[in-house]
Design a protein around this ligand. Structure first.
Ligand SMILES: *[C@@H]1O[C@H](CO)[C@@H](O)[C@H](O)[C@H]1NC(C)=O
Ligand SMILES: *[C@@H]1O[C@H](CO)[C@@H](O)[C@H](O)[C@H]1NC(C)=O
Length: 340
């Protein structure tokens, strides 16, 4: 019964919808019809029927296996071998509450092609996940800020962004500048309290990164782009909507040295798909988003990553990035002086 593993899936499809039923059906229906003409039948015909029955049962069991393994991988529980979604290890389950998980990985050479800043440019590289820096309640408040801002625009495709620093907001197939568009009316949309919370959250994430990588927090500079994202299952309309390609942040944005992501909604509760995946040569390791969870990592090729396409629901997050180069530093956004 190894057919489901080797043969084309189509061969098993007639029975894959309900593995148990066809098997029982086969048992009760086939022998009864066989009884009818038993006396006239030669033993070869009976052999044939038995063989057909066996094949049928085998196919049904195989179909069951296919369904079972599909359900298992959907649950994100790999069960030996290489699962269909390519995920080999879960670094952080949604249901975990992690204090300070950290995995060190050797630094890539990406940092060599940029100016080095002593006491900041990564010498120790890796990835961390923590649920202990930002509370779920704070994440919810930030999500409401993101919702409010993004509701003023929105991409035609499945990925919209709002950059509080530059004011860039997705609209249709393009971006508009929220601050230019609303001018002083921006104070009716974002309050000083909103900006204060954002600043506070940014500072705490910065301190955690500094602590884990053994550098001084004051050596890190907030850099751009730093933005809210809202993703759903709608297909891409422009390349801006294609967030799922594997990439290296330092290659995409030369100024990045440390990247962080603050999740504002829950994987498998608010949305399906949309897991963060570190792509190593020999494995894919996921971080399942959870409101208030911070995932942070050095930005070079040691942390090649991608985000799975969202299957259903809406996924909210903020990307907050840091540079060691003061020339790439930007200020915190605020009601007065949101321009970098
Ligand atoms: C996804 O978001 C866009 C707005 O950016 C919206 O037009 C679309 O209807 C949403 N798709 C789903 C499936 O909710
Ligand atoms: C990692 O996932 C990608 C698809 O996302 C897949 O092509 C690749 O084979 C996977 N790697 C491993 C080691 O499983």
């Amino acid at each position: 019964c190894s057919a489901p593993n080797r043969g084309p899936r189509a061969r098993c499809s007639p029975v894959s919808v309900g593995p148990a039923l066809p098997a029982h059906g086969a048992r009760s229906v086939l022998p009864r019809s066989a009884k009818k003409g038993r006396s006239q039948q030669d033993p070869r015909a009976r052999w044939l029927k038995a063989a057909i029955l066996l094949l049928f049962l085998c196919a049904a069991a195989g179909g069951g296996l296919v369904v079972w393994s599909r359900v298992r991988t959907q649950d994100g529980i790999p069960e030996g071998g290489i699962p269909a979604d390519g995920v080999t290890e879960v670094l952080a389950h949604r249901s975990d509450t992690l204090q300070d998980k950290f995995v060190e990985v050797p630094c890539s050479e990406d940092y060599e092609s940029h100016r080095r800043f002593a006491g900041c440019t990564p010498r120790k590289c890796g990835r961390g996940v923590t649920d202990a820096v930002i509370t779920r309640e704070e994440a919810e408040r930030i999500r409401r800020i993101a919702e409010r801002g993004l509701s003023l625009g929105g991409s035609d495709g499945g990925a919209s962004i709002l950059d509080l620093h530059s004011g860039a907001l997705s609209l249709g197939k393009h971006f508009v500048n929220l601050y230019r568009y609303f001018g002083d009316k921006i104070q009716d949309i974002f309050t000083e309290e909103d900006f204060a919370l954002y600043r506070d959250v940014r500072q705490r994430i910065q301190q955690r990164i500094a602590q884990v990588f053994g550098i001084s927090s004051s050596a890190l500079y907030l850099t751009k782009p730093t933005f809210f994202s809202r993703m759903n299952s709608t297909g891409a309309k422009t390349t801006h909507d294609e967030y799922w390609h594997p990439h290296v942040d330092k290659v995409t944005y030369g100024s990045f040295d440390y990247t962080s992501l603050l999740y504002l909604s829950d994987y498998s509760k608010d949305f399906g798909g949309g897991r963060f995946v570190f792509m190593d040569a020999d494995s894919n390791k996921t971080v399942e988003p959870r409101a208030g969870r911070v995932s942070f990592f050095t930005s070079g090729s040691e942390n090649l990553h991608r985000v799975e396409r969202v299957q259903w629901g809406t996924r909210f997050a903020i990307t907050i990035s840091f540079s060691c180069d003061p020339q790439h530093g930007i200020g915190d956004p605020g009601v007065t002086g949101h321009h970098p």
